[in-house]
Design a protein around this ligand. Sequence first.
Ligand SMILES: *Cc1c(COP(=O)(O)O)cnc(C)c1O
Length: 399
Amino acid sequence: MPEVFTGSFTQQEPIPEAAIEAAVAVMRHGRLHRYNTVPGEVGEVAALEEEFAAVTGARYALAVASGGYALGCALRALGVSAGEAVLTNAFTLAPVPGAIAALGARPVFVETLPDLTIDMDHLAQRARETGARVLMLSHMRGHVCDMDRLVALCADLGLKIVEDCAHTMGARWRGIPSGRHGVIACYSTQTYKHLNSGEGGFLTSDDPGLMARAILLSGSYMLYGRHRAAPPPEAFADLRYRTPNVSGRMDNLRAAILRPQLARLADQCADWTARYRAVEYGLRGTPGLALIERPEAEAFVGSSFQFRLDGWEADRIGEVIRRAAARGVELKWFGAPEPVAFTSRYDSWHYAAPERLPGTDAVLAGLMDMRLPLTFSLGDCALIARIVRAEVSTVFQSG
Ligand SMILES: *Cc1c(COP(=O)(O)O)cnc(C)c1O
């Protein structure tokens, strides 16, 4: 009997008991709105923002309604306007070009290298052609490009970097936390990311003007003085009359759920990466399968796993997917002709009128993806790798 995996690729861990208790306490007092506090009280959201700033090393932090909201807010704070070109990775998730398009701005996609990072030569070319001022850099599936090189290149090109850290909360490049290289970083606390409040997100920055704008945009009214991980009131002086309210606040209930999770983030990240390494170990040397080698400077969070079946015909990849699924292993394929579930690709975002990107097409054609939730044991990960290895080998050798 061939081995079968029976776990769920979409089942995250339960919310920790301390977080449940904190959430119940908020519901008991009923002050769920972040600005609904009694004298002397620091609300859960304000406390969470201080803690998040401390964890990432950012000067300022703002908790918001979603990661996608954070991205849009970042662009608005930077003054991106309708019709403006904004550069971003072709390999990313739909909320990234969506945030750009929501402002009436124009997503311009940059090619993807086989290691799933942004193609910096193509970035330079597109920056010069479009005159873009902003790069929304998506660390898609946690793959961090050479940030030293990117920061130098963007300085040369006059590009401001907004980092999409939806998959790199807790990751580092040469010891520097992901999100600390750009002018603004955006994070998500949606269920499938590294902290789970159902929906939610963060925006961080060291720039007082940008953060004052972001706070006002998020819907602070004239209550911005209640923020703690925020610039001083002077930073808001003129901006408060000039900045529209685009409500996207986080509430105290979600913040209460997040604070105990944030306290254990580093341990969780280590657990994810141990799972990643277990799958990688089990797949190394599989005929026809290319692993994505991780640079030494990159301390990544292995909450998902990618590998490539380079040059494989589509129907043979389909055969691998079917055979793995029959043994309980759910493989996602970025090369599928039609977008499925969360797996979308740049050419399915017709509103952005994307140009063909041959390099990205070649990478996505063979790109396979798996989530690695922490409900998987290391043994589960070894089993998943044995199943994938066996089925990839079988189909490879039959062709
Ligand atoms: C999830 C995600 C986002 C947006 O997060 P939401 O909180 O779902 O809006 C942005 N970028 C990437 C790469 C993501 O995976």
